[in-house]
Ligand binder design. Structure first.
Ligand code: SAH
Ligand code: DHB
Ligand code: MG
Length: 222
């Protein structure tokens, strides 16, 4: 008799990849648990994607990172893990409740001195960052409606050679029919901006797994 097994799915493969390659450690499990415990939405990046952020930061040799959309600090901690000891992250979070959970998680992970959480609408915070040095790496992962505005701010706050990563650029494929979903339309506008702006050289990768069908765009500032 042939032994029948159920066909592996995207999430099974992601679990295997996480267990084999990511090994976030007990601290990262606690961060994930804190999201559910605080009643926050489970919209953090997958562990495999978090580690991708860490590796991209390392590969680029970034020292200064800007994040838009903190939630509980899961992606923030992955970004911080890719930085040298004198690295810095500014992360923008609209909701004080989310920022409070993130601050606790970031401190527990040992990155309190490296991370500055700026509470409030990111579009209020971003202009205040013009006074500082340019950022080497930007991760955009907040309200999708403002994605084009975030890209425009990212261009003002970076230098030639900086990297911009944007989460959720596939949105279950709805970017091809954005008529009924304002978020899908805004994501598509951001992709169109990346593809047509000579200041950016970009691509996007689709992902499938625990976060459904989605993906990242990655761009280098020219
Ligand atoms: N990057 C996080 C997930 C972020 S979820 C991770 O992967 O772990 C999106 C976050 O953006 C939420 O916490 C939400 O409160 C925040 N947000 C929504 N609108 C915002 C705005 N206008 N300015 C700053 N943050 C915003
Ligand atoms: C949502 C937001 C995200 O940043 C994400 O990665 C997944 C879902 C959301 O708002 O539904
Ligand atoms: Mg996201």
């Amino acid at each position: 008799m042939v032994k029948h097994r159920s066909r592996p799915g995207w999430t099974d493969v992601e679990e295997y990849l996480s267990a084999t390659l990511v090994q976030g450690g007990p601290g990262m499990e606690a961060v994930l648990a804190s999201i559910g415990a605080a009643g926050m939405p489970r919209i953090e990046v997958a562990p495999t994607a978090g580690k991708l952020l860490m590796l991209l930061v390392r590969i680029q040799g970034a020292r200064r990172v800007l994040e838009i959309g903190t939630l509980a600090g899961f992606s923030t901690i992955w970004l911080a893990r890719g930085l040298p000891d004198d690295g810095h992250i500014t992360t923008c979070e609209y909701l004080p409740e989310h920022a409070a959970v993130a601050a606790k998680n970031i401190a527990a992970a040992g990155f309190a001195d490296m991370v500055n959480i700026r509470v409030g609408p990111a579009l209020d915070t971003l202009p205040t960052l013009l006074a500082g040095d340019p950022y080497d790496f930007v991760f955009i992962d907040a309200d999708k409606a403002n994605n084009v505005a975030y890209l425009q701010w990212a261009l003002k706050l970076t230098r030639s050679g900086s990297v911009i990563v944007m989460d959720n650029v596939i949105w279950e494929g709805t970017i091809l029919h954005p008529e009924h979903d304002p978020d899908a339309a805004a994501i598509r506008a951001a992709l169109d901006f990346m593809g047509s702006n000579p200041a950016l050289d970009a691509t996007a990768i689709q992902t499938a797994g625990s976060k459904g069908w989605d993906g990242f765009a990655i761009a280098v500032v020219q």
